[in-house]
Design a protein around this ligand. Structure first.
Ligand SMILES: N=CN[C@@H](CCC(=O)O)C(=O)O
Ligand SMILES: [Zn+2]
Length: 390
């Protein structure tokens, strides 16, 4: 068979929903990868002969992480803002203007190189699917440019023209631009429409503004998702459920009513971003409470220059376990199938014959090491062709 045989897998975590933890764990197996898809899974001892054979020597293999929330296309540096925050300066979204200025001033080649380097950094840590938002252009030309560049590397692109109101533009004028020329120009390069719904921030948008933005996107065929309840209690969760959004992301401050609404709307996934709480020194959401109430949850990095400059899904899993009350199994499911669900994808986030060969290898015998060994680079996406970088 002209394919790649991955032999000697000690633990294959399929995340197929079977077994006590829904992890579908298989032991001492082999996997055949052919033309980018999984062609065969079975006992190691019964593996077919292939042109290429790689021995994983008992390592654990898991589905590639699905990072359903990132802002990877930007230029500039905000490390000073982070340092100030660590001395007590709160986050309010105002620093986004710094990134917008740097991003507008960067040419395509510069942004493409920055994006490629961040995407490769994520892949080296086991991420095989990235969602990428615009939102650092905030003018028609730059927003379209960011989405065009993002769409060169992923089909999961999100128009976030309604990130904040840019300097020098009246709020009403900016909203009219976003809902008119900007969304029309960006829609060909986007699958999703997002809005920073945070009435407590002078920079972001209130409930009515957010609803109008989402409806304008939906009118041109984009699917809604929401940044909500990040800086304080608010209408984000409620609005996401109302419009049938695929995800409401952050959910740092949720009420009992928000949890009830999410529990009765399984199509709206609560996407938790613990790297943001870590990097803004905010309280963590109670993921245990959400899960116990029957809410669908996902984990993502929110890699961005302001609130979390980390692309590490293993770090998010470790934080979810240590700080948010999830078991290692629940955290892994949230970072794979849960996150896939928040992108309305059933083809990724799990390992099955016929599915894409999105496989991540751990330098460990068990997936539990993702939380057990925080900060240690044990996860990397398996490269079916070419050099394995780890
Ligand atoms: N909250 C809004 N947007 C980003 C942060 C953007 C920034 O500060 O650059 C977030 O998801 O946290
Ligand atoms: Zn975000």
């Amino acid at each position: 068979m002209s394919a790649l045989l991955l032999a000697g897998i000690g633990e294959l975590v399929t995340c197929d929903g079977s077994g006590p933890d829904r992890l579908g764990i298989m032991r001492d197996v082999a996997v055949v990868v052919d033309a980018g898809r999984i062609a065969w899974i079975g006992p190691d001892a019964a593996a077919p002969t292939c042109d290429t054979r790689r021995d994983l020597a008992g390592r654990s293999v898991i589905p590639g992480f699905v990072d359903s929330h990132t802002h990877l296309v930007f230029a500039g540096d905000r490390s000073a803002e982070f340092a100030a925050r660590m001395t007590g300066v709160p986050y309010d979204g105002g620093g986004i203007a710094t990134t917008v200025a740097a991003t507008r001033g960067a040419d395509d080649e510069t942004l493409r190189a920055l994006l490629a380097s961040r995407a490769s950094e994520a892949r080296r840590q086991g991420t095989t699917t990235l969602e990428i938002k615009s939102g650092y252009g905030l003018d028609v030309r730059t927003e379209q440019r960011l989405l065009r560049l993002a769409s060169e590397i992923t089909s999961e692109t999100t128009f976030l023209g309604a990130h904040v109101v840019p300097a020098g533009v009246q709020r009403d004028d900016y909203l009219a631009l976003v809902m008119g020329e900007m969304v029309a120009t960006c829609a060909p390069y986007a699958r999703w429409i997002d809005v920073f719904c945070e009435p407590g921030s002078a920079h972001a948008f209130d409930e009515d503004e957010s609803r109008a933005v989402l409806q304008a996107g939906m009118a041109v065929g984009l699917l809604p998702r929401v940044h909500g309840n990040q800086l304080g209690p608010g209408p984000g969760v409620r609005l996401a459920v109302e419009v049938g959004a695929a995800g409401v992301d952050h959910c740092t401050y949720v009420s009992d009513a928000d949890i009830d609404a999410l529990a009765s709307a399984p199509e709206t996934v609560a996407t938790l971003l613990p790297g943001v709480e870590f990097s803004t020194r905010s309280p963590y959401p109670d993921a245990r409470r959400l899960l116990d109430a029957g809410v669908q949850i996902a984990l993502a990095s929110d890699c961005n220059p302001g609130t979390c400059y980390s692309s590490s899904m293993p770090l998010m899993i470790a934080l979810a376990v240590r700080e948010m009350g999830l078991t290692p199994a629940e955290a892994l499911l949230a970072a794979t199938v849960g996150s896939a669900q928040s992108l309305r994808r059933s083809d990724i986030g799990r390992i099955e014959v016929g599915g894409p060969a999105d496989l991540t290898m751990l330098e460990a015998p068990s997936y539990v090491h993702l939380a057990y060994r925080p900060g240690v680079p044990i996860a990397s996406a398996i490269e079916p062709e070419g050099e394995q970088t780890r």
